[in-house]
Design a protein around this ligand. Structure first.
Ligand code: PMV
Length: 322
């Protein structure tokens, strides 16, 4: 009863930040994301009647701090599939964990996919997406590849694929500006924003409009419209974060300088835009062929540690090699 799965982080272009009060970990707003191909989590899950508890190893280290959240995810899987067995979970990332690169999204999507496969369950992708959402709402989206939507309507929403990775193969360059874990995690940060930011209601009230417009832009392959909506959604979310008390300042100096360079590159004719999650890393989205121009535009910024180019990738799936 063992399986290995791989999932990739996804980056929201229309972001969610905040949860609904009712339901099990349901976002307060709808979101639209792209699944990456260059970064990945691989997770091996083994269920065995000899185990007396769940165990988790991440990047070859035992992680007691993560165990409670992982065990809760396994509990939901056990409840849904009707097993009582405990699991041994081993996971590795090819990128820094907890640094604003959506490691919880790829991590929980890979965990759900591997656990379901190990148990021989025939849960479809929608059901796996619901299970992933209960542990990390953004993980619901990493079950699918390409462009993905997570509409928050209904009591138990799942993500769905809007179009596949090959249907609009955009370039995504991840600019790494720190490898440190963020000081305030997204779950806690969202609660603080919902209870203290004067901008929070405006953020949730305007999200559906952004979501619908972004969906249209993707379906009509309108890069310019998607660029405008995505940057606006990102900056609005960071406006909410900055107006939270105590303020959530996830950016560093390099983050800000990259924003300026991307805007400058666009003003000189390159189809490109930026987006930033709860951390200092910047993801730069472009039409194919822009990697060299992007590299050239940001390489000399002090504090840029690494520039990782990639494209859009597939959803969570079982693999044979860990
Ligand atoms: O669901 P979480 O806890 O991984 O939070 C994700 C929050 C953002 O990445 C900032 C936005 C988003 O929609 O992914």
């Amino acid at each position: 009863m063992e399986a290995i799965a791989q999932a990739q982080p996804n980056i929201a272009l229309v972001k969610y930040w905040g949860k609904r009060r009712e339901g099990s970990n349901v976002p307060a707003t709808p979101s639209l994301s792209i699944t990456l191909d260059s970064l990945w989590t691989r997770t091996r899950v083994r269920f065995d009647s000899a185990y007396e508890r769940d165990r988790i190893v991440i990047n070859e280290k035992s992680e007691p701090a993560q165990l409670e959240r992982v065990a809760r995810c396994l509990d939901n899987i056990r409840r849904t599939t009707g097993t009582q067995l405990y699991a041994d979970v081993e996971s590795r990332n090819n990128f820094p964990t907890g640094a604003g690169l959506a490691s919880s999204a790829s991590g929980f999507a890979a965990l759900v996919a591997a656990a379901c496969s190990a148990l021989g369950s025939d849960l479809d992708a929608g059901s796996q997406s619901r299970l992933a959402r209960m542990s990390s709402a953004s993980a619901a989206r990493s079950i699918f590849g390409g462009f993905v939507v997570l509409d928050n309507a209904g009591p138990d929403p799942a993500a769905t694929q809007l179009i596949g990775a090959h249907e609009w193969p955009l370039t995504v360059v991840v600019a790494l500006t720190s490898t440190k874990s963020k000081s305030v995690g997204s779950t806690q940060g969202m609660v603080q924003s919902a209870t203290t930011s004067d901008f929070y209601d405006a953020w949730t009230n305007s999200a559906r409009h952004d979501f619908t417009a972004a969906r249209e832009a993707v379906l009509s392959r309108d890069f310019q419209a998607l660029a405008e909506i995505s940057e606006a959604s990102c900056l609005k979310m960071h406006g909410v974060m900055l107006s939270t008390r105590p303020a959530l300042v996830y950016w560093n100096g390099a983050t800000v300088e990259i924003i300026h360079r991307v805007r400058d590159l666009r003003s000189r004719g390159t189809a490109v835009f930026f987006t930033i999650d709860a951390g200092p890393q910047v993801k730069i989205v472009a039409e194919p062929g822009a990697v060299d121009a992007i590299r050239h535009a940001i390489a000399d910024i002090p504090g840029v540690i690494d520039v990782v180019p990639g494209t859009l990738g597939a959803g969570a799936r079982t693999i044979t090699r860990f």
